[in-house]
Ligand binder design. Structure first.
Ligand SMILES: [Mg+2]
Length: 247
């Protein structure tokens, strides 16, 4: 039985027609036992604002800043334990120093920066990406670098991503991977879409950067886009779970 649905926001449940969001929300209303969770690269203020733009279901938990922040319930209580463990793995000024001579780094919009996330905006080619990775390595800075939507370059503490945050929540609520469904559209979803045992949904409008995941057994690629595609995938995995129980 699927007990938790974890959705990326931009390009996954957001970005399509509002009718699709309405259908998605109406279906979740019929599933009171299913926990709905957002996992986004956005900062918390940005996702809170984003969720007001359509009739989105209210999430029980928001994983924001690509996994570096977890907040629960409707009043969005921060998970202090999660935040605390990131402090020892993060030195923002050292990262800034390591990258100070790189001229092609894009804009660092203040509204996209997190306590444990640095985001640059702008298109990068493979060589430029490698130059950034090398500069960080040369300064012995152990971080994760994610380039997604062919625009956002996110630097986060090593090993902290949407998947590690979901794993933490799974342990907290005592859930198994097969009880969870995750949905995404771009490279910053790769960690969660490839979690062992998970039921994954790739919406039809996914970016080319994750197209290779559609060949995986545990990934359902929807025919529909955005929220409608998530709904299609969720129903697929729910039916699949029922079939497994019957067998
Ligand atoms: Mg996305």
């Amino acid at each position: 039985m699927i007990k938790m649905l974890v959705c990326d926001f931009d390009g996954t449940i957001n970005g399509g027609p509002s009718l699709g969001v309405d259908q998605f929300s109406a279906y979740l209303d019929t599933q009171p036992e299913l926990h709905f969770i957002i996992a986004t690269g956005r900062t918390l203020p940005s996702i809170k604002e984003g969720l007001t733009t359509h009739n989105y279901p209210k999430p029980r938990c928001i994983i924001s800043d690509i996994g570096t922040r977890i907040n629960y319930d409707y009043d969005l209580i921060a998970d202090e334990r999660w935040q605390h463990q990131l402090q020892t793995r993060w030195n923002k000024s050292a990262i800034q120093t390591a990258l100070q001579d790189i001229t092609f780094l894009g804009e660092c919009n203040p509204s996209h920066q997190g306590d444990y996330k640095i985001t640059f905006e702008g298109q990068l080619d493979h060589k430029q990406y490698s130059t950034i990775a090398t500069a960080l390595e040369q300064h012995s800075i152990d971080v994760d670098i994610t380039y997604s939507h062919d625009w956002f370059l996110d630097i986060t503490p090593k090993g902290i991503n949407k998947a590690s945050a979901i794993h933490y929540i799974m342990e907290k609520y005592n859930l198994a991977a097969e009880e969870i469904c995750v949905a995404g559209d771009s490279a910053n979803d790769t960690s969660m879409l490839t979690m062992p045992g998970i039921n994954a949904i790739l919406v039809a409008n996914h970016y080319n950067e994750v197209a290779h995941l559609s060949g995986l057994n545990h990934v359902y690629t929807s025919n529909a886009s955005h929220a409608e595609g998530v709904l299609e995938g969720l129903i697929y995995w729910q039916n699949n779970a029922v079939e497994k129980m019957v067998k």
